[in-house]
Design a protein around this ligand. Structure first.
Ligand code: C5P
Length: 259
């Protein structure tokens, strides 16, 4: 695996020094999903895992329960934060929501590419402008294409006659043309997207399973090593880590499997 960089000390918007582990090219690619319902559980997990993972994902369950304060508290552990709220609204509202997220000092966030090119351009511009104003490192706005829970029938219900693979490719191209620098994709889309997209595009992939865990609702999975070999930049891993008897050991074993 690529060598993992030592944490960097950088200055925050308020002049405080903090540590980040996202370092282009050389960093721990594991994003641990904090898919738990309370701030207490999330912080306990974050503190336990922080040296073994590259970032934490805060999704809508935890954010809706615990609010922006949980983002600040997870950031205070020194870890990078991926805020996965999948914004989808008019361009002006998405731009303002993105600015609010950047002011919370998140390093990655998601928007729906089906919001269209103008919405994506507004989101990217807002992220870049807000980070610049605050003196923060450039955050990554990630586009979500077709949700993995959708199939051809789901797309047809909403008037989209394309099959899911074509729709993913179409939205991915639109996202890149609109200036996004990253996408969320299923592990089974990695190879096709890597062939199609410029090399600088970061691909963030959930649906990772090691084989050691019980079967669950993720149907199309790859192991961490397979996903990295297929072109993933980051691996979003939830239950294989937080559902393990020893989450820290599970994260360390996954990292080890990548070396
Ligand atoms: O527990 P598990 O490893 O399946 O967690 C995966 C995480 O990635 C969850 O937070 C889930 O919501 C998210 N996710 C996903 N599939 C997508 C998009 C996001 O599993 N297509």
């Amino acid at each position: 695996m690529r060598p993992i960089a030592r944490p960097l000390r950088v200055a925050s918007a308020r002049g405080r020094a903090y540590t980040i582990r996202i370092v282009a090219e050389h960093r721990n690619p594991i994003i641990a999903a904090l898919d738990v319902p309370t701030a207490e559980q999330a912080l306990k997990l974050a503190e336990l895992l922080t040296p073994a993972v590259g970032a934490f994902k805060i999704g809508s369950e935890l954010f809706t329960a615990a609010g922006p304060d949980i983002v600040r508290r997870v950031r205070a552990t020194g870890a990078a934060v991926f805020l996965d709220l999948k914004f989808h609204d008019i361009p002006n509202t998405v731009a303002k929501s993105v600015a609010s997220a950047i002011r919370l000092d998140v390093q990655m966030l998601t928007i729906h590419t089906s919001g269209g090119a103008e919405m994506m351009r507004a989101a990217e511009k807002s992220a870049v402008d807000t980070a610049k104003q605050l003196g923060l490192a450039l955050p990554l706005v990630l586009g979500v294409t077709v949700l993995t829970s959708s199939d051809a029938g789901t797309l047809a219900e909403i008037g989209c006659e394309a099959n899911p693979e074509h729709q993913v490719a179409r939205l991915a191209r639109l996202a890149v043309a609109a200036g996004l620098r990253g996408l969320v994709c299923s592990p089974l889309e990695l190879v096709a997207l890597r062939q199609m997209l410029p090399a600088h595009i970061q691909l963030v992939t959930p649906g990772i399973r090691t084989g050691a865990e019980k079967a669950d609702d993720q149907k199309r999975t790859l192991t961490p090593r397979e996903a990295m070999a297929a072109g993933a930049s980051w691996l979003v891993i939830g239950r294989p880590i937080y559902g393990a008897k020893n989450p820290r050991a599970a994260a360390e074993a996954i990292l080890e499997s990548l070396s």
